[in-house]
Design a protein around this ligand. Structure first.
Ligand code: G4P
Length: 302
């Protein structure tokens, strides 16, 4: 996918990055920024029906303040998403258009962000899908959303190393990461940790938890234990089944049954990112020092 994007990016005018509106920061692929460089960007906060509207607005404002960037919210209830995407891209690249200068747009996103759903809605309505065509690799598909608007699709892609710890948990909670790659109990506990301060009322409403006011300060494990008890996730001998409770919480979050919520604000994510980068830099420095020491020892022996 990386290779396909690197090849295609040369003649792309706008890059659409489909993000999960519940975790905009965590669902943004850091590799994409490197691959797409100075291209105009359209951030699409998808599945906004599952996200907290106030926080979606905050993220849209945050993105719109960045250079060459536009942002819109979207979800599958929009039956004509092509119109909004086309309008937003034309706004970003007003000098493109017409048969001799078609607007060429690349769409990227992590797995499960809703890209197939969106493309199917658009293809079903008015687009022509072009599969085997010269200059288009097997990794990508070109969809003509208008006679002068080409959309190049890329496969859903995660990145090799997630350095923002919270992002890993939020991606797992959203369903973007394969089930075998994480521990459900751990992810559910981190999810509770991310939502308890802001969405205590929803937790109380969904799981009939006691005393809403204390929720932000209670331990994550204590809250998951209460969910288990309230949901009858109890094993023989009366021990709670935290694994079962974790599955319940994760399923409720993914389906939105738990209520509309967004796990991160732009400001929070900026802090986590800075921490992740600092930790990564420290790790790199330590690794380099170790390698240098080993090399010196080797030189001395020689
Ligand atoms: P992908 O191509 O990016 O991997 O994602 P895909 O379209 O397959 O969507 C992943 C899941 O997200 C699907 O649910 C899909 O129905 C759901 N989805 C897509 N867009 C939206 C949206 O705007 N809002 C909400 N609430 N959900 C959305 P699924 O359970 O995996 O499959 P299914 O039940 O639809 O068959």
């Amino acid at each position: 996918t990386k290779k396909a994007i690197t090849e295609r990016i040369k003649d792309i005018d706008v890059v659409i990055e489909l993000l999960d509106a519940r975790l905009p920061g965590s669902s943004a692929n850091p590799m994409l920024a490197q691959l797409t460089g100075q291209r105009k960007k359209l951030k699409v906060l998808n599945k906004q029906d599952l996200a907290d509207p106030a926080r979606t607005e905050a993220w849209l404002t945050w993105y719109r303040e960045q250079t060459d960037t536009h942002a819109i919210g979207l979800d599958a209830s929009d039956k004509t998403p092509a119109q909004r995407l086309i309008a937003a891209c034309r706004e970003l690249a007003p000098n493109r258009g017409g048969m001799d200068k078609p607007l060429r747009v690349l769409i990227c996103g992590i797995p499960n962000v809703g890209k197939s759903t969106l493309l199917n809605t658009m293809v079903g309505k008015k687009a022509a899908k072009t599969g085997d065509e010269a200059g288009i690799t097997r990794m990508e598909q070109r969809i003509n959303l208008a006679s002068d608007f080409y959309l190049f699709d890329t496969p859903g892609m995660l990145w090799p190393k997630i350095i923002v710890e919270k992002a890993g948990y939020h991606l797992a909670a959203s369903g973007a990461v394969g089930r075998n790659a994480y521990d459900e109990e751990e992810v559910a506990l981190e999810l509770i940790s991310s939502i308890k301060a802001h969405y205590g009322a929803q937790l109380v409403a969904r799981y009939k938890l006691a005393d809403e006011d204390t929720i932000p300060t209670r331990h994550d494990e204590e809250l998951l234990t209460e969910v288990a008890r309230k949901r009858g996730a109890v094993m023989s001998g009366g021990r709670v089944n935290l694994q079962k409770a974790a599955e319940i919480v994760l399923n409720d979050f993914r389906s939105g049954t738990i209520g509309r919520m967004t796990l991160e604000t732009p400001e929070q994510f900026a802090i986590w990112q800075a921490e992740g980068e600092a930790a990564e830099a420290a790790l790199k420095k330590k690794r380099e020092a170790r390698l240098n020491k080993r090399k010196e020892e080797q030189d001395e022996q020689d």
